[in-house]
Ligand binder design. Structure first.
Ligand code: ADP
Ligand code: GLC
Length: 491
């Protein structure tokens, strides 16, 4: 029998994206469908989600919830991969300007507890058969936004005595936990005893992520190293105790690259397509990037690229400290990002001080992100912590060598160009161990040194492009998790 899985999430590429979560929710279901799994997604009906779907049909009235009148469940199709997407129509919650979490002035919405409780609640309704034409065998929640779905299923099972379907939660980032004041617990329509240390309570507050971790049958995270890191006090963000009690239920499954979106041989967002055998296009992409960003048109300058949320996680402060070392060696830096105003200002100041060598674009720009990944020689991801990271995977596929901090998924996907790894033909990029200026500068120096050895550089670039981080392998690993829970095989 085909396994039916319902993914519960806040974002899905190309409908709506603020980060890698969207890339994963956009790519994993089609990869699962290739294996024979019937994978569907449920999302809040944000304006761009509604606009991006075709064949939208009414499925069910879910009735009043969380102070709203009637909540409607609809079903549409994301044409690109024929993925069926359920949407929750509650315009008072979701039909707003800004992104899913912040209003137009970058302030968090005050009612996000109810907005995302509704996501979990509606997902649980679908799990319990709200669509007469389809019922999942597994519910797969992503991040805190979906964290209450397993709790609602548990509550429903207790109330009705009917066994619920099993739940998996994937932690894309433990730093975002969906923590809200306890005073709001009453409106969440959960049993009172769910607000306890064995439940959704977290240091006197409600934590959606903790609820998800507690009430799910299996926990996955997006790389093997991060799966270990989050079980330590240092990196467990207060949840390591709970995670250690679930250690046998936790697995790390690496994200992949959606090759229909990120492939230099077919990418229409870049200036010229290229592949290992036809590499000239990459030089054109570099020249076009220098031109577009107002940098000196020097083919020999080593171009470092960054595409990132500008937050503490991403180590942009460390990058700022290393800019002089890039510029003094004749290198160039291109940054695309948006986020923390202090980091935005720091980058703008660096660009103003080095107008021909440092260029910064503030904002979210999908097309430019492709141009930077393709046009850079080196793509930097100096994150303090990184659950998986996708930009370094895209960089590998585009032959732009990643320069990364040795944490989480970065440690699992990039091999440092040390003398030993070069000799063993393993190197794919530059990895620094300690999170400090000396270490990142040493990695930058190694990049310049390798670039000067033309043939060795070329060999590493080819090896990087040959790495296979496709979704197939990861989809198989998720299929194993579902099989353990349901007894059903995917294919
Ligand atoms: P995270 O999810 O923590 O932000 P990832 O590396 O997993 O980190 O994914 C980030 C995704 O968001 C990538 O697809 C990256 O290209 C994209 N991205 C980040 N910032 C921007 C931006 N300013 N403009 C366009 N794309 C961006
Ligand atoms: C999160 C993480 C990132 C990961 C992405 C997709 O946003 O910060 O490391 O790649 O989710 O799983």
């Amino acid at each position: 029998m085909t396994v039916c899985v319902l993914h519960v999430a806040a974002e899905m590429y190309p409908l709506l994206k603020t980060g890698g979560l969207a890339d994963v929710v956009g790519a994993l279901p089609p990869a699962q469908m290739q294996l024979g799994t019937d994978a569907r997604v449920i999302l809040p009906a944000f304006p761009s989600v509604v606009a991006g779907l075709t064949q939208i049909e009414h499925v069910a009235d879910l009735g009043p919830a969380f102070g709203l009148g009637n909540v409607r469940l609809e079903r549409g199709v994301l044409a690109a991969h024929s993925v069926v997407v359920y949407i929750i129509r509650a315009d008072a919650f979701y039909d707003r300007p800004g992104n899913p979490y912040l209003d137009a002035s970058h302030t968090q919405y005050a009612d996000s507890d109810r907005r995302f409780a509704l996501l979990g609640w509606a997902a649980a309704r679908v799990a319990n058969g709200a669509d007469p034409a389809w019922k999942p065998h597994v519910l797969h929640a992503h991040d805190w936004h979906a964290g209450l779905a397993p709790a609602y299923l548990r509550a429903w099972e207790r109330q009705t005595g009917v066994p619920r379907i099993p739940c998996v939660i994937t932690v894309h980032n433990l730093a975002y936990q969906g923590v809200f004041p306890a005073a709001g617990f009453g409106v969440l329509q959960l049993p009172a005893d769910f607000f306890s240390i064995n439940g959704a309570e977290f240091y006197g507050h409600i934590s959606f992520l903790k609820a998800g971790l507690f009430y799910s049958d299996r926990i996955t995270t997006v790389s093997p190293t991060y799966a270990r890191e989050i079980q330590t006090h240092a990196q467990g963000a207060g949840l390591d105790g709970l995670l250690r009690t679930r250690t046998h239920d936790i697995s790390g499954i690496l994200n992949g690259v959606d090759k229909t979106v990120w492939n230099p041989a077919t990418d229409t967002a870049i200036n010229a397509q290229y592949s290992i055998g036809k590499f000239a296009g990459k030089d054109k992409c570099k020249a076009a990037l220098q031109e577009r960003m107002g940098l000196a048109r020097e083919p020999g300058a080593l171009v470092f690229g960054v595409v990132s949320r500008l937050t503490e996680q991403k180590g942009i402060d460390l990058l700022l400290s290393a800019i002089p070392d890039i510029v003094q060696r004749g290198g160039q830096l291109v940054v695309l990002g948006t986020g923390d105003p202090a980091l935005e200002n720091g980058l703008k100041n660096a660009a103003a001080a080095n107008p021909r060598a440092v260029a910064v674009e503030l904002g979210f720009d999908e097309t430019l992100s492709h141009s930077i990944i393709a046009g850079s020689d080196v793509v930097m991801v100096p994150s303090r912590f990184e659950p998986c990271g996708l930009t370094q995977l895209y960089a590998l596929a585009y032959g732009s060598l990643p320069l990364v901090h040795c944490v989480g998924g970065l440690a699992d996907t990039v091999v440092d160009a040390s003398l030993e790894n070069l000799a063993d033909e393993l190197a794919t990029g530059f990895v620094f161990e300690k999170f400090d200026r000396a270490a990142i500068v040493a990695a930058i120096r190694r990049a310049f040194a390798l670039k000067a050895r033309r043939l060795e550089w070329k060999a590493v670039v080819h090896r990087a492009m040959e790495q296979d981080f496709g979704w197939e392998a990861s989809a198989l690993r998720y299929a194993n998790v579902y099989q353990e829970l349901t007894g059903l095989q995917s294919a």
